[in-house]
Design a protein around this ligand. Structure first.
Ligand SMILES: [Mg+2]
Length: 208
C-alpha cells in the first residue's frame, strides 16, 4: 500500500474560516437596518447560498422591513470591508503554518472555487503561500467542483501520483471522488491536522 505523495487542500472551511468575518462585515454595513440575525443563525441558514438570496431573506427581517434590492446596494461596501479586514487579520485555522511545515515530505496544493484575486493575497499576508507547489482557483479549469477538473489539475501541476484531498463540502468531496482521489472530510479548520494525520497513518505513512 503506497503512501500519499501530495495533500490537496480546499481553502474556505479547511485552511481558513471566513464565515464569521463575512457575517460581521454584513452586519456592520447593514447596521442601520437593524436586522436581528446571529452568527449561529447565519451559519445554519445562509452559508452556501447566494448573497442575493440571503439579502432577500434579510429584507423582511429589517426594522422597518425593506426589499432585498435596497440591501444589495451595500454589496460593494461589504466586499471592500471584507477585503480590508481579511488582509489585516486572516482567520486562519489554529497552528496552520506549523502544521504545513510539518508536511514537508509532501507536495501541497490549494484547490478552491474562489478567485485568485481574493485568495492569493490572503496566502501572502499569512506568510504561507510558499508551502504550496500548486494553486488552482475558480475559473482556471474548464469546470469547477463538483467536476474533477480542479483536483486533477492540481495533481498534474504537482506531478502527484497519489494525492490526499482535504475538504469540508459535498461539492468538494464529489470532485475528489470523480478525480479518483482519497479524501478526508473535516467540519472546520480545527479538525484538519487530525484528519490528515489519520489518513496518512491509515496508509502506513507519517510526518514529523
Ligand atoms: Mg470549503
Amino acid at each position: 500500500m503506497a503512501g500519499y505523495d501530495a495533500i490537496l487542500f480546499d481553502f474556505d472551511g479547511v485552511l481558513i474560516d471566513t464565515e464569521p468575518l463575512h457575517f460581521a462585515c454584513w452586519m456592520e454595513v447593514l447596521k442601520a437596518f437593524r436586522i436581528p440575525v446571529t452568527l449561529d443563525q447565519y451559519r445554519r441558514r445562509w452559508v452556501g447560498i447566494s448573497d442575493r438570496d440571503m439579502l432577500n431573506d434579510f429584507g423582511p427581517l429589517a426594522n422597518p422591513p425593506v426589499d432585498g434590492a435596497t440591501l444589495a446596494k451595500f454589496h460593494p461596501a461589504k466586499k471592500e470591508l471584507f477585503r480590508e479586514r481579511s488582509l489585516q487579520a486572516p482567520p486562519w485555522g489554529p497552528g496552520l503554518a506549523g502544521f504545513l511545515r510539518s508536511l514537508d515530505g509532501y507536495k501541497l496544493a490549494v484547490v478552491t472555487s474562489s478567485g485568485r484575486s481574493e485568495v492569493a493575497p490572503l496566502l501572502e499576508a499569512g506568510g504561507i503561500r510558499h508551502f504550496f507547489g500548486a494553486e488552482v482557483y475558480g475559473n482556471e479549469t474548464p469546470k469547477l467542483k463538483p467536476a474533477p477538473d480542479p483536483y486533477l489539475r492540481a495533481a498534474d501541476v504537482l506531478g502527484a501520483g497519489r494525492p490526499l484531498v482535504v475538504e469540508d463540502s459535498d461539492a468538494g468531496i464529489r470532485s475528489a471522488q470523480a478525480a479518483g482521489f482519497d479524501y478526508g472530510r473535516v467540519g472546520s479548520p480545527a479538525e484538519v491536522r487530525e484528519a490528515v494525520g489519520r489518513a496518512i497513518a491509515a496508509r502506513g505513512g507519517g510526518y514529523r
